[in-house]
Design a protein around this ligand. Structure first.
Ligand SMILES: [Ca+2]
Length: 255
């Protein structure tokens, strides 16, 4: 092989390396996700902890709040964090829902508390609730907010194959318990999750509404700090460094 051919071969392999790095970077950037907003009044609403069932009605043996088809998983959520998988069921009257409970055997954060099982609202105050929903392609189940105390607009998931954030803002028309839930509304004209279907839920958020907060802000860098992604990103950086070395070596040789 002549010197020119060797140089040509090196140049081609460098181009291939650069293209590979570009594709990997593009994939990392496209993994943008919704930003977590501080001030969540719902404990474990980010679903990043395995003890999530302490703060949401998910144990089928405990009834009565319809979270029996919900299962916690340690990844697959926003930025590949922990999330909830809501499974379908052939029990049409089950109405799968995800409902928070502040009360755990009368004790919250080590203190005895009044029986405030539900998030509390005050008449006339403005509140915001949001949930990140992922409906796989082909799943058209009705996923929406549902509550009392003045919530009139039932925002519903509308996308497939990507995460979307459903935000609802309302003014409480009565003080007291807010029966806040994310529900697969399979009655009243809604579409149920079939037994082999699921949706993913993340960032169950409820707080007093604040002007000026961007509740649908995205994390743009698309490089979540999870172990798996750290490995991929390290590989991209290493490949980029390597192709840089190759370019320098190629330039020296071609002189
Ligand atoms: Ca999460």
């Amino acid at each position: 092989m002549g010197e020119n051919k060797k140089v040509m071969k090196k140049v081609l392999s460098m181009i291939l390396a650069v293209l590979t790095v570009s594709v990997l970077l593009a994939a990392a950037v496209s993994a943008a996700y919704y930003k977590t907003i501080p001030g969540n009044l719902i404990k474990d609403g980010d679903f990043n902890s395995a003890d999530v069932a302490d703060y949401f009605w998910m144990n089928p043996d405990e009834g009565p709040y319809r979270g029996g088809t919900c299962v916690w998983q340690k990844d697959g959520g926003a930025g590949n964090s922990g999330c909830i998988r809501m499974n379908g069921t052939d029990n049409v009257s089950s109405v799968p829902a995800l409902v928070p409970r502040n009360l755990v055997d009368g004790v919250v954060d080590g203190k005895n508390v009044d029986a405030k099982m539900w998030p509390q609202v005050v008449e006339g105050k403005k509140y915001v609730a949001m949930i990140d929903v992922f409906r796989p392609v082909g799943v058209d189940a009705t996923v929406q907010w549902d509550t009392e105390n003045g919530l009139v607009a039932y925002q519903r998931a509308a996308k497939n194959g990507e995460w979307e954030r459903i935000v609802t803002i309302w003014t409480a028309n009565a003080s007291g318990n807010c029966h806040l839930r994310v529900v697969n509304e399979c009655l009243d004209g809604g579409i149920g999750l079939k037994p082999d279907q699921y949706v993913l839920l993340d960032n169950f958020y409820f707080a007093e509404y604040k002007e000026g907060v961007n509740y649908t802000e995205m994390v743009n860098e698309g490089t979540p700090d999870t172990g798996d992604n750290a490995v991929v990103i390290s590989a991209v950086v290493a490949a980029a460094a390597l192709s840089g070395v190759c370019v320098v070596a190629g330039k020296k040789k071609s002189r």
